[in-house]
Design a protein around this ligand. Structure first.
Ligand SMILES: Nc1ncnc2c1ncn2[C@@H]1O[C@H](COP(=O)(O)OP(=O)(O)OP(=O)(O)O)[C@@H](O)[C@H]1O
Ligand SMILES: [Mg+2]
Length: 619
């Protein structure tokens, strides 16, 4: 067997991407390849945004220089002229610093949102190519949270981190260079040293704080799960009168959360205090040195002011650094989890040279098929049979004997471990899966519906069908009368997974869908098991009609529904133990005959008669 698919449990043990690899996976979404639509525009936006980052920082950095000019012009006791140029230039530089930052955001917005759109789209597409096995193993809630977090992570990585970290580094360098050139190396050294100490302190403190944050997040999740679970099980909670137990349990978790959250907040205060202490010390040292230089006559008052403003200006973006650092780390983790999904290999894949299935008559042939979901437990052993074009083959057998599995293999949800499955002589592994699935109409054992209207769920079988087709199919499936009794008719919503419909109603929706789809091969997996015998008989008659001229595989528990099958296969422990027509099998007196006699005699029959009477009476 292939390695097990992604699930939250084994995700932890998987090879981890390094942060750099995560960024590498993200980059093509921000700098799209040439063949991606609008790639030219996106690339241009990236370039303009980067230029804006540079311009904004340049404007910010030169601002103090104009302030210095103005102060120096005013400093002499006899200053008579307003230093208009310096003041205006100072104002303009300040304005440009902000304006370029805004232009950068506006220009880049589309790049960020497009990256989100494309990566989320790529993941959804990929998830649809993954095998049924993956989807049975996953937890939908966790999966959607993973994608949600990943998408948020892209946005925050780009907007907060890229637009904060890169410009700040740029600013530190620019300020350092200016201080060095215009004033002296000592100023540059003091400033850079302060920044380094500041950053180091922030990283260390943030790392230490992260466990409080993790702790409070985990407790928050736990409280949430607890609350939601108790609401989902609303009826169970009421049945056992356990409301107060539920609220107490919730409050217990919340009280732990309270502690962790408070610790998280107080550690933030500590971080902030430490940060401003470092900046203040840096400023004081800088100013003391500048004052000494001023007294020594090597520095003007304006320069003294400018040096101070340089440092204070730098402190502004640095203030967010703790947040930004944590954000980057968190975003990288979230993104990694999301990109991990892209690493899950699709198990059932088309051959590169696969052609569409060419259905001529609709013959289905199983040749020595063996299969196991888990190699430690074989399910099907050497199963061979032929469904001739237009014929009906019935599959019967105990629960768990592998009947539905045969259907899943035919649909190519899984590939067989041994042997092969042929449709009109073509191995289904050699043709496009899409075309195989198109050729087969299935009424599954459990029908699950979209949380939308009945009309939508019916049209889903064939998106281009007309209202007339839909009503015709509904009629054949005996669901039209029911739909007419609904106040909203075809516009009635069916609830999550179709839970607002009864089992029998759902089954009839599924039957109507198969009729609409009109595939040459049909598979009924206990298609009418949820119906009373009366309705069942009528639908059976209609199904027969639909099935004429089509190859039909019927899986049935109620043996009375398959007496006229062209061939009946009796499945036991994964192998076919008997085969033949009803008469042949009855004459043989084997497993089938025994089951038949038992079913005839069983109380279930009496039960069905009762249901029958109800159904007849309700007409
Ligand atoms: N995804 C799966 N992973 C592992 N085992 C599975 C999986 N699906 C089904 N099985 C096992 O395979 C066996 C055959 O299942 P299958 O659904 O084919 O039975 P069935 O004959 O249709 O039974 P029923 O009459 O109850 O519908 C069962 O024992 C079941 O537990
Ligand atoms: Mg089954």
């Amino acid at each position: 067997m292939r390695p097990t698919a992604f699930s939250p449990e084994n995700a932890e043990t998987k090879r981890r991407r390094s942060d750099w690899q995560v960024i590498q996976t993200l980059l093509p979404f921000l700098w799209p390849a040439r063949d991606v639509s609008e790639s030219g525009e996106i690339r241009l936006r990236v370039i303009v945004a980067i230029v804006c980052i540079g311009l904004a920082k340049w404007a910010t950095v030169i601002t103090p220089l104009y302030l210095q000019l103005a102060v120096d012009a005013l400093a002499p006791q006899d200053a008579a002229m307003i230093p208009l140029f310096a003041v205006l230039a100072y104002g303009l530089a300040r304005f440009l610093g902000l304006a370029f930052a805004q232009v950068r955001d506006a220009v880049f917005a589309k790049v960020g949102v497009r990256a989100v759109r494309r990566s989320a789209g790529a993941i959804l597409t990929h998830l649809h190519t993954l095998s049924l096995k993956f989807h049975l193993d996953r937890r939908t809630g966790a999966l959607s949270r993973t994608i949600e977090r990943g998408v948020v992570a892209i946005e925050s990585l780009v907007s907060i981190s890229l637009f904060n970290v890169v410009p700040t580094i740029l600013e530190v360098i620019l300020v350092g260079v200016i201080l060095w050139n215009v004033f002296s190396g000592v100023f540059a050294a003091i400033t850079v040293a302060t920044v380094i100490i500041y950053v180091a302190f922030t990283i260390i403190t943030t790392e230490w704080r992260m466990r409080f944050r993790r702790e409070s997040n985990a407790l928050d999740n736990k409280a949430n799960t607890r609350a939601i679970d108790s609401l989902l099980n609303y009826e169970t909670v009421k049945t056992f009168g356990n409301e107060s137990m539920e609220t107490t349990a919730y409050d217990n978790v919340m009280s732990q959360y309270e502690k962790a959250a408070v610790r998280n907040q107080s550690s933030l205060a500590l971080l902030n205090v430490g940060q401003s202490l470092i900046i203040s010390v840096g400023v004081v040292v800088l100013m003391v040195y500048a004052a000494m230089e001023n007294i020594a006559g090597r520095m003007t008052v304006g320069e003294f002011t400018a040096v101070n403003v340089f440092m204070l200006q730098l402190a502004q973006p640095l203030n967010f650094f703790g947040f930004v650092y944590r954000n980057i780390k968190q975003s990288l983790v979230d993104l990694e989890k999301m990109f991990e999904l892209l690493d899950v290999p699709a198990e059932v894949i088309d051959n590169p040279d696969a052609k569409p299935l060419n259905v001529t008559g609709g013959e289905v042939r199983f040749e020595g098929v063996s299969f196991a979901y888990d190699e430690r437990r074989p399910i099907l052993k050497n199963v061979s049979f032929t469904l001739a074009p237009g014929q009906m083959v019935a599959l019967v057998g105990a629960t768990g004997s592998g009947k539905s599995t045969i259907g899943r293999l035919l649909f190519r949800y899984y590939d067989v471990s041994e042997g092969r499955i042929l449709i009109d002589g073509q191995d289904i592994r050699d043709v496009q899966q899409h075309s195989v699935r198109k050729a087969i109409g299935i009424v599954p054992q459990d029908t699950v519906l979209f949380n939308d209207t009945i009309g939508y769920n019916l049209t889903y079988a064939k998106l281009e069908s007309s209202q007339q087709d839909i009503e015709k199919a509904a009629e054949l499936a005996h669901i039209d009368a029911f739909i007419k009794t609904l106040p909203d008719g075809y516009q009635t919503t069916v609830g999550e997974r179709g839970l607002k419909l009864s089992g029998g109603e759902k089954q009839r929706v599924a039957i109507a869908r198969v009729i609409l789809k009109g595939s040459p091969i049909l598979l009924f997996d206990e298609a009418t098991s949820a119906l009373d015998t009366h309705t069942e008989k009528e639908i059976q008659a209609n199904l027969r009609e639909v099935a004429t001229g089509r190859s039909t595989l019927v899986i049935a528990h109620r043996l009375s529904t398959i007496v006229d099958a062209d061939q009946i296969l009796v499945l036991d422990k994964g192998g076919i133990v008997e085969r033949g027509t009803y008469n042949e099998l009855m004459a043989k007196g084997g497993l089938f005959a025994a089951a038949w006699n038992k079913q005839q005699r069983s109380l279930a029959v009496a039960d069905e008669i009762v249901k029958d009477i109800f159904a007849a009476a309700s007409e």
